[in-house]
Ligand binder design. Structure first.
Ligand code: B12
Length: 397
Protein backbone atom coordinates (compact mmCIF):
# COMPACT_ATOMS: atom_id res chain seq x y z
CA UNK A 1 0.00 0.00 0.00
CA UNK A 2 2.78 2.38 0.92
CA UNK A 3 4.41 1.60 -2.42
CA UNK A 4 1.25 2.57 -4.31
CA UNK A 5 1.26 5.84 -2.53
CA UNK A 6 4.98 6.31 -3.14
CA UNK A 7 4.77 5.41 -6.83
CA UNK A 8 2.01 7.91 -7.45
CA UNK A 9 3.40 10.52 -5.12
CA UNK A 10 6.84 10.28 -6.73
CA UNK A 11 5.34 10.59 -10.18
CA UNK A 12 3.11 13.53 -9.33
CA UNK A 13 5.93 15.39 -7.61
CA UNK A 14 8.45 14.69 -10.35
CA UNK A 15 6.35 16.36 -13.00
CA UNK A 16 4.59 18.94 -10.88
CA UNK A 17 7.07 21.72 -11.61
CA UNK A 18 6.97 21.00 -15.34
CA UNK A 19 3.21 20.99 -15.74
CA UNK A 20 1.76 23.63 -18.06
CA UNK A 21 -1.88 24.32 -18.70
CA UNK A 22 -3.41 23.43 -22.09
CA UNK A 23 -3.65 26.98 -23.36
CA UNK A 24 -0.02 27.73 -22.38
CA UNK A 25 1.04 24.72 -24.40
CA UNK A 26 -0.72 26.18 -27.41
CA UNK A 27 1.86 28.92 -27.37
CA UNK A 28 4.78 26.61 -26.54
CA UNK A 29 4.18 23.43 -28.50
CA UNK A 30 7.75 22.14 -28.54
CA UNK A 31 9.32 20.14 -25.82
CA UNK A 32 6.22 18.70 -24.24
CA UNK A 33 6.38 15.44 -26.13
CA UNK A 34 10.04 15.19 -25.20
CA UNK A 35 9.00 15.83 -21.62
CA UNK A 36 6.42 13.07 -21.85
CA UNK A 37 8.97 10.71 -23.42
CA UNK A 38 11.41 11.41 -20.58
CA UNK A 39 8.73 10.54 -18.07
CA UNK A 40 7.32 7.54 -19.89
CA UNK A 41 9.94 5.25 -18.44
CA UNK A 42 9.25 6.45 -14.92
CA UNK A 43 5.54 6.24 -15.59
CA UNK A 44 5.80 2.73 -16.93
CA UNK A 45 7.82 1.53 -13.95
CA UNK A 46 5.40 3.14 -11.53
CA UNK A 47 2.50 1.61 -13.45
CA UNK A 48 4.03 -1.84 -13.13
CA UNK A 49 4.44 -1.32 -9.38
CA UNK A 50 0.83 -0.23 -9.18
CA UNK A 51 -0.43 -3.20 -11.15
CA UNK A 52 1.65 -5.57 -9.06
CA UNK A 53 0.00 -4.18 -5.99
CA UNK A 54 -3.46 -4.42 -7.53
CA UNK A 55 -2.88 -8.07 -8.24
CA UNK A 56 -1.61 -8.66 -4.67
CA UNK A 57 -4.39 -6.86 -2.88
CA UNK A 58 -8.01 -6.51 -3.96
CA UNK A 59 -8.63 -3.59 -1.61
CA UNK A 60 -6.66 -1.18 -3.77
CA UNK A 61 -9.59 1.22 -4.20
CA UNK A 62 -9.63 2.22 -0.57
CA UNK A 63 -5.87 2.51 -0.51
CA UNK A 64 -5.65 4.79 -3.52
CA UNK A 65 -8.32 7.05 -2.07
CA UNK A 66 -6.03 7.44 0.92
CA UNK A 67 -3.15 8.17 -1.44
CA UNK A 68 -5.27 10.76 -3.23
CA UNK A 69 -5.98 12.51 0.01
CA UNK A 70 -2.26 13.00 0.58
CA UNK A 71 -1.46 14.15 -2.97
CA UNK A 72 -1.14 17.82 -3.89
CA UNK A 73 -4.61 19.38 -3.95
CA UNK A 74 -6.41 19.53 -7.25
CA UNK A 75 -9.82 20.43 -8.61
CA UNK A 76 -13.04 18.57 -8.24
CA UNK A 77 -15.15 18.41 -11.39
CA UNK A 78 -18.55 16.98 -12.06
CA UNK A 79 -18.49 15.08 -15.31
CA UNK A 80 -21.29 14.90 -17.88
CA UNK A 81 -23.05 12.06 -16.08
CA UNK A 82 -22.82 13.64 -12.63
CA UNK A 83 -19.79 11.77 -11.27
CA UNK A 84 -17.39 13.76 -9.11
CA UNK A 85 -13.86 13.58 -10.46
CA UNK A 86 -10.75 14.75 -8.63
CA UNK A 87 -8.01 15.95 -10.97
CA UNK A 88 -4.80 17.97 -10.57
CA UNK A 89 -5.05 21.74 -10.86
CA UNK A 90 -3.41 21.54 -14.26
CA UNK A 91 -3.98 18.46 -16.38
CA UNK A 92 -0.79 17.24 -17.97
CA UNK A 93 -1.29 13.64 -19.11
CA UNK A 94 -4.53 12.55 -20.66
CA UNK A 95 -5.54 9.14 -21.97
CA UNK A 96 -8.48 9.15 -24.36
CA UNK A 97 -10.63 6.04 -24.73
CA UNK A 98 -12.49 7.08 -27.89
CA UNK A 99 -11.67 8.60 -31.28
CA UNK A 100 -14.13 11.48 -30.84
CA UNK A 101 -12.54 12.43 -27.51
CA UNK A 102 -9.08 12.31 -29.07
CA UNK A 103 -10.26 14.60 -31.85
CA UNK A 104 -11.71 17.04 -29.32
CA UNK A 105 -8.47 17.11 -27.32
CA UNK A 106 -6.50 17.93 -30.49
CA UNK A 107 -9.08 20.49 -31.64
CA UNK A 108 -8.65 22.24 -28.28
CA UNK A 109 -4.90 22.40 -28.85
CA UNK A 110 -4.07 19.76 -26.27
CA UNK A 111 -2.60 17.04 -28.48
CA UNK A 112 0.75 17.40 -26.75
CA UNK A 113 -0.90 16.36 -23.50
CA UNK A 114 -2.32 13.19 -24.92
CA UNK A 115 -0.31 10.40 -23.32
CA UNK A 116 -2.24 7.66 -25.11
CA UNK A 117 -5.36 6.85 -27.08
CA UNK A 118 -7.08 3.92 -28.78
CA UNK A 119 -6.22 1.75 -31.76
CA UNK A 120 -8.96 3.56 -33.70
CA UNK A 121 -7.72 7.08 -33.00
CA UNK A 122 -6.40 8.03 -36.43
CA UNK A 123 -7.27 11.69 -36.71
CA UNK A 124 -5.33 13.93 -36.74
CA UNK A 125 -2.31 11.98 -37.99
CA UNK A 126 -0.44 12.59 -34.70
CA UNK A 127 -3.19 10.71 -32.86
CA UNK A 128 -2.19 7.52 -34.66
CA UNK A 129 1.41 7.95 -33.39
CA UNK A 130 0.42 8.00 -29.71
CA UNK A 131 0.73 4.86 -27.58
CA UNK A 132 -2.48 2.87 -27.99
CA UNK A 133 -4.35 1.21 -25.16
CA UNK A 134 -6.56 -1.11 -27.25
CA UNK A 135 -10.07 -0.56 -28.60
CA UNK A 136 -12.71 1.72 -27.07
CA UNK A 137 -14.84 -1.33 -26.22
CA UNK A 138 -11.99 -3.42 -24.81
CA UNK A 139 -9.10 -1.22 -23.69
CA UNK A 140 -6.16 -2.76 -21.87
CA UNK A 141 -6.24 -1.50 -18.29
CA UNK A 142 -2.60 -2.29 -17.67
CA UNK A 143 -1.55 -0.12 -20.57
CA UNK A 144 -3.72 2.73 -19.34
CA UNK A 145 -2.20 2.53 -15.86
CA UNK A 146 1.33 2.32 -17.27
CA UNK A 147 0.80 5.67 -19.01
CA UNK A 148 0.18 7.26 -15.58
CA UNK A 149 -2.54 9.62 -16.73
CA UNK A 150 -3.86 12.29 -14.43
CA UNK A 151 -7.11 12.16 -16.39
CA UNK A 152 -8.76 9.44 -18.47
CA UNK A 153 -11.50 10.49 -20.88
CA UNK A 154 -14.32 8.08 -21.63
CA UNK A 155 -17.68 8.37 -23.35
CA UNK A 156 -20.97 6.60 -22.90
CA UNK A 157 -21.27 6.54 -26.67
CA UNK A 158 -18.79 3.69 -27.18
CA UNK A 159 -16.97 2.81 -23.95
CA UNK A 160 -18.38 0.37 -21.45
CA UNK A 161 -19.50 1.06 -17.92
CA UNK A 162 -17.27 -1.83 -16.75
CA UNK A 163 -14.18 -0.02 -18.04
CA UNK A 164 -15.04 3.12 -16.10
CA UNK A 165 -15.81 1.09 -12.96
CA UNK A 166 -12.48 -0.74 -13.21
CA UNK A 167 -10.53 2.51 -13.60
CA UNK A 168 -12.45 3.96 -10.64
CA UNK A 169 -11.37 0.97 -8.56
CA UNK A 170 -7.76 1.46 -9.56
CA UNK A 171 -8.09 5.08 -8.46
CA UNK A 172 -7.55 6.79 -11.82
CA UNK A 173 -9.74 9.83 -12.39
CA UNK A 174 -12.13 9.25 -15.32
CA UNK A 175 -14.15 12.06 -16.85
CA UNK A 176 -17.15 10.62 -18.71
CA UNK A 177 -18.43 12.66 -21.60
CA UNK A 178 -22.06 11.94 -22.14
CA UNK A 179 -23.46 10.32 -25.23
CA UNK A 180 -24.49 13.29 -27.41
CA UNK A 181 -27.89 12.94 -29.03
CA UNK A 182 -27.58 15.95 -31.31
CA UNK A 183 -24.95 18.04 -33.03
CA UNK A 184 -25.58 20.82 -30.50
CA UNK A 185 -24.90 18.36 -27.66
CA UNK A 186 -21.63 17.45 -29.37
CA UNK A 187 -20.67 21.15 -29.28
CA UNK A 188 -21.69 21.39 -25.62
CA UNK A 189 -19.48 18.41 -24.84
CA UNK A 190 -16.56 20.26 -26.46
CA UNK A 191 -17.24 23.18 -24.10
CA UNK A 192 -17.43 20.87 -21.08
CA UNK A 193 -14.19 19.13 -21.98
CA UNK A 194 -12.62 22.55 -22.50
CA UNK A 195 -13.43 23.39 -18.87
CA UNK A 196 -12.15 20.06 -17.61
CA UNK A 197 -8.88 20.50 -19.46
CA UNK A 198 -8.40 24.19 -18.70
CA UNK A 199 -8.92 25.16 -22.34
CA UNK A 200 -12.11 27.22 -21.94
CA UNK A 201 -11.08 29.95 -24.38
CA UNK A 202 -10.17 27.55 -27.19
CA UNK A 203 -13.41 25.67 -26.59
CA UNK A 204 -15.52 28.84 -26.71
CA UNK A 205 -13.90 29.99 -29.98
CA UNK A 206 -14.30 26.56 -31.53
CA UNK A 207 -17.93 26.26 -30.41
CA UNK A 208 -18.77 29.71 -31.87
CA UNK A 209 -17.17 28.74 -35.17
CA UNK A 210 -19.04 25.43 -35.37
CA UNK A 211 -22.39 27.07 -34.54
CA UNK A 212 -21.79 29.76 -37.14
CA UNK A 213 -21.01 27.17 -39.84
CA UNK A 214 -24.14 25.22 -38.99
CA UNK A 215 -26.23 28.40 -39.15
CA UNK A 216 -24.75 29.17 -42.59
CA UNK A 217 -25.68 25.65 -43.70
CA UNK A 218 -29.25 26.13 -42.44
CA UNK A 219 -29.50 29.32 -44.51
CA UNK A 220 -28.27 27.55 -47.63
CA UNK A 221 -30.60 24.61 -47.26
CA UNK A 222 -33.66 26.65 -46.30
CA UNK A 223 -36.53 25.44 -48.48
CA UNK A 224 -34.69 22.37 -49.82
CA UNK A 225 -36.86 19.25 -49.63
CA UNK A 226 -35.20 16.70 -47.36
CA UNK A 227 -33.76 13.65 -49.10
CA UNK A 228 -35.06 10.32 -47.83
CA UNK A 229 -31.94 8.54 -46.65
CA UNK A 230 -30.97 5.13 -45.35
CA UNK A 231 -27.94 5.66 -43.13
CA UNK A 232 -26.05 2.38 -42.94
CA UNK A 233 -24.18 1.93 -39.66
CA UNK A 234 -23.50 -1.77 -40.14
CA UNK A 235 -24.49 -4.34 -42.74
CA UNK A 236 -24.22 -7.75 -41.02
CA UNK A 237 -26.64 -7.44 -39.31
CA UNK A 238 -28.18 -4.37 -40.90
CA UNK A 239 -28.00 -1.57 -38.31
CA UNK A 240 -29.22 1.97 -38.94
CA UNK A 241 -29.92 5.03 -36.81
CA UNK A 242 -32.81 5.96 -34.54
CA UNK A 243 -34.35 9.42 -34.53
CA UNK A 244 -32.66 10.58 -31.29
CA UNK A 245 -29.07 10.00 -32.32
CA UNK A 246 -26.45 12.59 -33.21
CA UNK A 247 -26.21 11.01 -36.67
CA UNK A 248 -29.94 11.47 -37.33
CA UNK A 249 -29.52 15.11 -36.31
CA UNK A 250 -26.44 15.46 -38.54
CA UNK A 251 -28.46 14.04 -41.41
CA UNK A 252 -31.29 16.54 -40.83
CA UNK A 253 -28.79 19.39 -40.81
CA UNK A 254 -27.37 18.12 -44.10
CA UNK A 255 -30.82 18.17 -45.67
CA UNK A 256 -31.67 14.50 -45.25
CA UNK A 257 -34.16 12.47 -43.23
CA UNK A 258 -33.66 8.93 -42.14
CA UNK A 259 -36.29 6.56 -43.50
CA UNK A 260 -35.94 4.57 -40.29
CA UNK A 261 -38.12 6.16 -37.62
CA UNK A 262 -37.65 4.61 -34.22
CA UNK A 263 -36.80 5.43 -30.63
CA UNK A 264 -34.14 2.70 -30.52
CA UNK A 265 -30.74 4.33 -31.05
CA UNK A 266 -28.98 1.79 -33.23
CA UNK A 267 -31.85 -0.32 -34.55
CA UNK A 268 -31.44 -3.61 -36.35
CA UNK A 269 -33.60 -3.36 -39.47
CA UNK A 270 -34.66 -6.12 -41.83
CA UNK A 271 -33.88 -5.83 -45.53
CA UNK A 272 -37.56 -6.47 -46.30
CA UNK A 273 -38.38 -3.32 -44.38
CA UNK A 274 -35.69 -1.32 -46.19
CA UNK A 275 -36.96 -2.52 -49.57
CA UNK A 276 -40.44 -1.49 -48.52
CA UNK A 277 -39.18 1.96 -47.49
CA UNK A 278 -37.19 2.47 -50.74
CA UNK A 279 -34.83 5.23 -49.58
CA UNK A 280 -33.77 7.79 -52.20
CA UNK A 281 -30.13 7.74 -51.11
CA UNK A 282 -27.92 5.26 -49.27
CA UNK A 283 -25.36 6.88 -46.98
CA UNK A 284 -22.41 4.86 -45.69
CA UNK A 285 -19.67 6.07 -43.36
CA UNK A 286 -16.19 5.02 -44.40
CA UNK A 287 -14.07 2.73 -42.27
CA UNK A 288 -16.50 1.51 -39.64
CA UNK A 289 -16.32 -2.13 -40.58
CA UNK A 290 -13.17 -1.85 -42.69
CA UNK A 291 -13.27 -1.33 -46.44
CA UNK A 292 -16.58 0.39 -47.21
CA UNK A 293 -16.14 0.32 -50.98
CA UNK A 294 -15.54 -3.42 -50.95
CA UNK A 295 -18.59 -3.87 -48.75
CA UNK A 296 -20.78 -1.91 -51.14
CA UNK A 297 -19.48 -3.93 -54.10
CA UNK A 298 -20.44 -7.08 -52.22
CA UNK A 299 -23.87 -5.72 -51.29
CA UNK A 300 -25.01 -4.84 -54.78
CA UNK A 301 -25.62 -8.46 -55.77
CA UNK A 302 -27.28 -9.48 -52.52
CA UNK A 303 -31.01 -10.12 -52.21
CA UNK A 304 -32.73 -7.08 -50.82
CA UNK A 305 -29.92 -4.67 -51.57
CA UNK A 306 -30.17 -5.31 -55.30
CA UNK A 307 -33.88 -4.49 -55.10
CA UNK A 308 -33.25 -1.00 -53.79
CA UNK A 309 -33.85 1.75 -56.35
CA UNK A 310 -31.05 3.77 -54.76
CA UNK A 311 -28.62 0.90 -55.48
CA UNK A 312 -29.87 0.54 -59.05
CA UNK A 313 -29.51 4.27 -59.71
CA UNK A 314 -26.22 4.61 -57.91
CA UNK A 315 -27.53 7.07 -55.35
CA UNK A 316 -24.85 6.16 -52.84
CA UNK A 317 -22.89 8.57 -50.71
CA UNK A 318 -19.84 7.50 -48.76
CA UNK A 319 -19.16 10.11 -46.13
CA UNK A 320 -16.08 10.23 -43.92
CA UNK A 321 -16.21 8.35 -40.62
CA UNK A 322 -16.12 11.80 -38.99
CA UNK A 323 -19.92 11.51 -39.16
CA UNK A 324 -19.67 8.61 -36.69
CA UNK A 325 -17.61 10.60 -34.21
CA UNK A 326 -19.27 13.28 -32.12
CA UNK A 327 -16.39 15.75 -32.43
CA UNK A 328 -15.84 19.10 -34.20
CA UNK A 329 -14.79 17.54 -37.53
CA UNK A 330 -18.29 16.16 -37.78
CA UNK A 331 -19.46 19.60 -38.91
CA UNK A 332 -17.27 19.37 -41.98
CA UNK A 333 -18.69 15.93 -42.73
CA UNK A 334 -22.19 17.44 -42.44
CA UNK A 335 -21.25 20.26 -44.83
CA UNK A 336 -19.93 17.77 -47.34
CA UNK A 337 -22.90 15.47 -47.00
CA UNK A 338 -25.15 18.49 -47.60
CA UNK A 339 -23.28 19.19 -50.85
CA UNK A 340 -23.78 15.60 -51.96
CA UNK A 341 -27.48 15.59 -51.09
CA UNK A 342 -28.24 19.10 -52.38
CA UNK A 343 -25.67 20.09 -55.01
CA UNK A 344 -28.12 22.71 -56.30
CA UNK A 345 -27.81 24.66 -53.02
CA UNK A 346 -24.04 24.95 -53.47
CA UNK A 347 -23.88 25.65 -57.18
CA UNK A 348 -21.94 28.87 -56.66
CA UNK A 349 -19.36 27.53 -54.24
CA UNK A 350 -16.33 25.25 -54.57
CA UNK A 351 -15.76 22.37 -52.12
CA UNK A 352 -13.39 23.56 -49.34
CA UNK A 353 -9.80 23.13 -50.47
CA UNK A 354 -8.43 22.20 -47.04
CA UNK A 355 -9.19 18.52 -46.64
CA UNK A 356 -9.38 17.32 -43.07
CA UNK A 357 -10.39 13.88 -44.22
CA UNK A 358 -14.08 14.58 -43.64
CA UNK A 359 -14.93 14.23 -47.32
CA UNK A 360 -17.38 12.10 -49.23
CA UNK A 361 -17.55 10.23 -52.48
CA UNK A 362 -20.60 9.64 -54.55
CA UNK A 363 -20.80 7.25 -57.41
CA UNK A 364 -23.15 5.58 -59.82
CA UNK A 365 -23.73 1.96 -58.97
CA UNK A 366 -23.66 0.74 -62.55
CA UNK A 367 -21.09 3.22 -63.84
CA UNK A 368 -17.38 3.51 -63.19
CA UNK A 369 -16.57 4.87 -59.77
CA UNK A 370 -14.27 7.45 -61.24
CA UNK A 371 -17.28 9.15 -62.82
CA UNK A 372 -19.10 10.89 -59.99
CA UNK A 373 -22.84 10.53 -60.18
CA UNK A 374 -24.97 13.58 -59.46
CA UNK A 375 -28.27 13.30 -57.72
CA UNK A 376 -31.28 14.85 -59.41
CA UNK A 377 -32.58 17.93 -57.55
CA UNK A 378 -34.86 16.95 -54.68
CA UNK A 379 -38.59 17.08 -55.46
CA UNK A 380 -40.54 19.97 -53.93
CA UNK A 381 -41.72 19.38 -50.36
CA UNK A 382 -45.02 17.56 -50.03
CA UNK A 383 -47.67 18.07 -47.39
CA UNK A 384 -46.54 14.96 -45.50
CA UNK A 385 -42.80 15.26 -46.08
CA UNK A 386 -42.25 15.38 -42.31
CA UNK A 387 -43.78 11.98 -41.90
CA UNK A 388 -41.14 9.73 -43.31
CA UNK A 389 -42.93 6.47 -42.66
CA UNK A 390 -46.15 7.57 -44.33
CA UNK A 391 -44.29 8.99 -47.29
CA UNK A 392 -42.31 5.77 -47.58
CA UNK A 393 -45.43 3.66 -47.37
CA UNK A 394 -46.93 5.65 -50.18
CA UNK A 395 -43.78 5.01 -52.26
CA UNK A 396 -43.81 1.32 -51.54
CA UNK A 397 -47.37 0.82 -52.70
C1 B12 B 1 -23.75 0.95 -33.42
C2 B12 B 1 -22.25 1.06 -33.50
C3 B12 B 1 -21.69 2.33 -33.47
C4 B12 B 1 -22.53 3.56 -33.22
C5 B12 B 1 -22.81 3.72 -31.73
C6 B12 B 1 -21.75 3.24 -30.80
C7 B12 B 1 -22.33 2.54 -29.58
N1 B12 B 1 -22.93 3.26 -28.68
O1 B12 B 1 -22.26 1.34 -29.47
C8 B12 B 1 -21.66 4.65 -33.87
C9 B12 B 1 -22.10 4.81 -35.29
C10 B12 B 1 -21.68 6.01 -33.17
C11 B12 B 1 -20.30 3.99 -33.83
C12 B12 B 1 -19.13 4.72 -33.98
C13 B12 B 1 -17.87 4.13 -33.97
N2 B12 B 1 -17.61 2.81 -33.91
CO1 B12 B 1 -18.96 1.47 -33.77
N3 B12 B 1 -20.14 0.00 -33.69
C14 B12 B 1 -21.42 -0.08 -33.61
C15 B12 B 1 -21.85 -1.54 -33.75
C16 B12 B 1 -22.27 -1.76 -35.18
C17 B12 B 1 -22.95 -2.00 -32.83
C18 B12 B 1 -22.73 -1.67 -31.36
C19 B12 B 1 -24.04 -1.61 -30.66
O2 B12 B 1 -24.92 -2.41 -30.88
N4 B12 B 1 -24.21 -0.61 -29.83
C20 B12 B 1 -25.46 -0.44 -29.14
C21 B12 B 1 -25.30 -0.66 -27.66
C22 B12 B 1 -24.46 -1.85 -27.25
O3 B12 B 1 -24.68 0.50 -27.22
P1 B12 B 1 -25.49 1.53 -26.38
O4 B12 B 1 -26.96 1.34 -26.53
O5 B12 B 1 -24.95 2.88 -26.72
O6 B12 B 1 -25.12 1.09 -24.89
C23 B12 B 1 -23.83 1.23 -24.42
C24 B12 B 1 -23.62 2.55 -23.71
O7 B12 B 1 -24.80 3.18 -23.38
C25 B12 B 1 -22.77 2.13 -22.54
N5 B12 B 1 -23.15 2.64 -21.24
C26 B12 B 1 -24.30 2.55 -20.57
N6 B12 B 1 -24.20 3.13 -19.39
C27 B12 B 1 -22.93 3.59 -19.28
C28 B12 B 1 -22.29 4.26 -18.26
C29 B12 B 1 -20.95 4.60 -18.45
C30 B12 B 1 -20.22 5.29 -17.37
C31 B12 B 1 -20.28 4.28 -19.66
C32 B12 B 1 -18.87 4.67 -19.91
C33 B12 B 1 -20.94 3.61 -20.68
C34 B12 B 1 -22.27 3.27 -20.47
O8 B12 B 1 -22.73 0.74 -22.44
C35 B12 B 1 -23.63 0.18 -23.34
C36 B12 B 1 -23.04 -1.13 -23.80
O9 B12 B 1 -21.73 -0.96 -24.29
C37 B12 B 1 -20.51 -2.29 -33.40
C38 B12 B 1 -20.26 -3.60 -34.17
C39 B12 B 1 -21.16 -4.71 -33.69
N7 B12 B 1 -21.80 -5.34 -34.63
O10 B12 B 1 -21.25 -4.92 -32.49
C40 B12 B 1 -19.46 -1.26 -33.79
C41 B12 B 1 -18.21 -1.11 -32.95
C42 B12 B 1 -18.59 -1.03 -31.48
N8 B12 B 1 -17.70 0.17 -33.39
C43 B12 B 1 -16.42 0.21 -33.50
C44 B12 B 1 -15.68 1.32 -33.94
C45 B12 B 1 -14.23 1.09 -34.26
C46 B12 B 1 -16.28 2.57 -34.10
C47 B12 B 1 -15.59 3.87 -34.55
C48 B12 B 1 -14.23 4.09 -33.94
C49 B12 B 1 -15.54 3.88 -36.08
C50 B12 B 1 -14.75 5.00 -36.69
N9 B12 B 1 -13.81 4.64 -37.55
O11 B12 B 1 -14.97 6.15 -36.43
C51 B12 B 1 -16.62 4.94 -34.08
C52 B12 B 1 -16.21 5.56 -32.74
C53 B12 B 1 -17.15 6.63 -32.27
C54 B12 B 1 -16.52 7.50 -31.24
N10 B12 B 1 -17.20 7.68 -30.11
O12 B12 B 1 -15.47 8.03 -31.46
C55 B12 B 1 -15.79 -1.11 -33.11
C56 B12 B 1 -15.14 -1.06 -31.74
C57 B12 B 1 -13.91 -1.95 -31.69
C58 B12 B 1 -13.28 -1.98 -30.33
N11 B12 B 1 -12.56 -3.06 -30.08
O13 B12 B 1 -13.38 -1.11 -29.52
C59 B12 B 1 -17.01 -2.08 -33.26
C60 B12 B 1 -17.01 -3.29 -32.33
C61 B12 B 1 -17.03 -2.51 -34.73
C62 B12 B 1 -15.79 -3.31 -35.13
N12 B12 B 1 -15.80 -4.61 -35.05
O14 B12 B 1 -14.81 -2.78 -35.51
N13 B12 B 1 -20.38 2.67 -33.69
Amino acid sequence: MRLVFLARFFYFCSRKSKTMPFETILRAPNGVDAEIRKHRHTAFSAGIVLLFLISCDGSIAGQTSAAHAALPRGRELTDDIGRRVQIPQEVDRVVSLAPNLTEIVFALGGGNHLAGDTDFCDYPAEAAQKPHVGGPVNPNLEEIVALMPDLVLATKSINRRETVNALDHIGLPVYVVTDPHSVEEMITSVEHLGSALGAEKSAATLADDLRERLAELDRRLAGAAPRRVLFVVWTEPMISIGRDTFIADALRRAGGRSVVETKAEWPHVSMEEIVRLQPEVLVFASAHAGDTQRDIDALRTRPGWRNLDAMKHGNIVVVSDAINRPAPRMVEAIERLARALHPEAFASRAVPSVDSGAGFSLWGFESARSKPHRLKPAPPPTADSNSIIEEACACAR
